[in-house]
Design a protein around this ligand. Structure first.
Ligand SMILES: C[S@@+](CC[C@H](N)C(=O)[O-])C[C@H]1O[C@@H](n2cnc3c(N)ncnc32)[C@H](O)[C@@H]1O
Length: 308
């Protein structure tokens, strides 16, 4: 009895501590270590603040011109080759993936997070396993597939756990996971100021519990006691210096699980790659991570799960 009371108390203390940086208001973060305040509504300020970081500088992909067309609420999710999520598949493929997700336990998620068709997203009506019409998008289906993967490997649906999403885009998975998983404490961060700005706007619009952590404040994440770090279609587009920064940060935070969906990889050799074809695994190994599994997701992407 005494042990279980002590255990429960420790869990509560750990949870309260992990919420330390969430106590701040949703739009403004005050630096705890004396750095200037970062206002997530001020794009020019974010660009200036990020320019003094070594992270996010040298990427050939993530230039200002690349993301500027999406700094507009009605365009954030628009375009077949949207910079955050490609949505090139037609109705028949989205129907097929919906069927696969329903047969893999996806109903629980489809009952909790929905496609509203906003921000220019490409969405179609398909028929669910129970015969109802539901609106789906690549955003929704990818997110449900990723949550099914996590449920099968790392996260219980009702678990109290902290998740850090690095390169969170406009907040696709942040929104879905906080809608579907009641006790998840979710931090979305990024190395590109425009993405941080868009993510803040998008998550605020959808009243998400997820918190956007600006690059200027990521050091605070070291004490957030995360269970899981996530990087989806982002590390392959970054430099080795940046990936090393993020992986070492998560190792310092003692994050036990790291889920990565790389753009480039060799499944047979179980190697994640940068877009230029060079390998990425050694960065994880040097930080103390070991590859636990490589799995083909329900709708195709390969996911690498690392443990510390
Ligand atoms: C293709 S998008 C994927 C977005 C999101 N993970 C998703 O799956 O919806 C790549 C993301 O990585 C971010 N990114 C690019 N370079 C970065 C860097 N050096 N550090 C952190 N994030 C970066 C971009 O701003 C963008 O949000």
């Amino acid at each position: 009895m005494l042990f279980s009371l002590v255990g429960v108390s420790l869990m509560i203390i750990a949870h309260v501590w992990s919420l330390r940086i969430t106590d701040k208001t949703s739009t403004h973060f005050t630096e705890v270590d004396g750095l200037p305040e970062t206002n997530l509504d001020d794009l020019a300020g974010l660009i200036k603040a990020y320019s003094s970081s070594k992270v996010g500088k040298t990427s050939k992909v993530w230039t200002h011109n690349y993301v500027t067309p999406y700094i507009n609420m009605s365009a954030i999710r628009s375009g077949t080759h949207n910079v955050y999520v490609w949505q090139t598949e037609g109705e028949s493929m989205l129907q097929k993936w919906t069927d696969l997700l329903f047969s893999s336990g996806g109903k629980w998620y489809f009952d909790r997070t929905f496609e509203d068709g906003a921000e220019g997203v490409f969405a179609v009506n398909v028929t669910s396993a129970s015969g109802e019409k539901i609106l789906v998008s690549r955003d929704l289906l990818d997110s449900v597939a990723e949550m099914i993967f996590l449920e099968q490997t790392v996260l219980q649906r009702d678990e109290i756990a902290t998740v850090i999403d690095i390169g969170a885009g406009y907040g696709r998975l942040a929104r879905r996971m906080t809608e579907a998983l009641p006790n998840i404490n979710y931090y979305a961060t990024d190395g590109v100021p425009e993405s941080t700005y868009i993510c803040h706007k998008y998550l605020t619009k959808h009243q998400s519990r997820a918190r956007v952590v600006p690059l200027t404040q990521v050091e605070d994440l070291v004490t957030s006691q995360p269970k899981l770090a996530i990087n989806i279609h982002s590390f392959s587009e970054q430099t080795k210096v940046d990936v090393t920064f993020w992986v070492e940060l998560m190792a310092r935070a003692k994050t036990p699980y790291f889920m990565v969906v790389p753009n480039a990889f060799n499944v047979k050799e179980k190697v994640m790659k940068f877009n230029d074809g060079s390998e990425m695994n050694s960065i994880f190994n040097s930080a103390g991570y070991h590859l636990k599994t490589v799995e083909r997701g329900v709708i195709g992407s390969y996911t690498f799960l690392w443990t510390l």
